[in-house]
Design a protein around this ligand. Sequence first.
Ligand SMILES: NC(=O)c1ccc[n+]([C@@H]2O[C@H](COP(=O)([O-])OP(=O)(O)OC[C@H]3O[C@@H](n4cnc5c(N)ncnc54)[C@H](OP(=O)(O)O)[C@@H]3O)[C@@H](O)[C@H]2O)c1
Length: 249
Amino acid sequence: MKLIGKVVIITGSSSGIGRATALKFAQEEARIVVNYKSNADGARDVAKEIEILGGKVVCVQADVSDSQQVKKMFTRAVKEFGTVDILINNAGLAKAKPFFEITKEDLETEFGKNFFSMVYCAQEAARLMQKNGGRIINMSSICGGVDSSPCTSILTFTTAKAAVSMLTKVLAKTLAPKILVNAVAPGFTLTRFWEGMSKKDEGALLETTLTKSWVTADEIANAFIYLAKSDSITGQVLVVDGGYTINNR
Ligand SMILES: NC(=O)c1ccc[n+]([C@@H]2O[C@H](COP(=O)([O-])OP(=O)(O)OC[C@H]3O[C@@H](n4cnc5c(N)ncnc54)[C@H](OP(=O)(O)O)[C@@H]3O)[C@@H](O)[C@H]2O)c1
């Protein structure tokens, strides 16, 4: 798929990986919907950068764990740009909590943010893509099935990301042949998620990878671009982890 002029929604693009992805798609001359939940300043900054690049962009506030807000976000995207060609289901957040303290509310909230949100967005996107085709690319994690060892303290996130990886495979079959569905599973990627970590902990964490370094948000963005352009890859979870997985098998 050529990306020029294509309309891409990137959920959670007010910071981190989503932000880097929005900028990469803008460089490819796609039209961008920057979604955010609370960080309006971050979303505005991304939009400004895209406009400086000469790109077309709209910012839409929506909590993607709420199906009604997701519907409104897609309605806004269609009003602005006419359709949606690519969905990057990126928004998500990990919250640590000991197993015995996890409540029904925690499960609902965490699965709402990290999994239900992806289903709601994929439903709206697939409806729009049915005629002309499209791409849905989900954000998983190495926690979501590759290896649970760095993820035991964030049980709800880990299990939600495992669900995202399987959702990707099921949707690839359900939505073929016009809509291709894939996921990216990052390893340790330097964003605000890791802020406040001591140098000692950072050293120990990166020692578990083969590259001995952080994955950058830009590299994850490149993986999204690669999968969006592909006309042959579907149902895959692309691991981008500096060799963490192979080093820990
Ligand atoms: N960093 C890593 O090492 C790593 C590894 C594996 C997977 N991931 C995944 O990568 C994705 C991006 O994370 P990041 O590291 O780039 O962290 P980040 O900078 O904190 O970005 C998270 C983004 O998600 C948005 N968001 C969260 N909940 C939302 C909701 N309910 N509705 C709409 N937007 C919501 C945030 O928006 P607001 O701030 O505006 O609320 C923010 O833009 C997440 O799915 C994360 O699980 C990250």
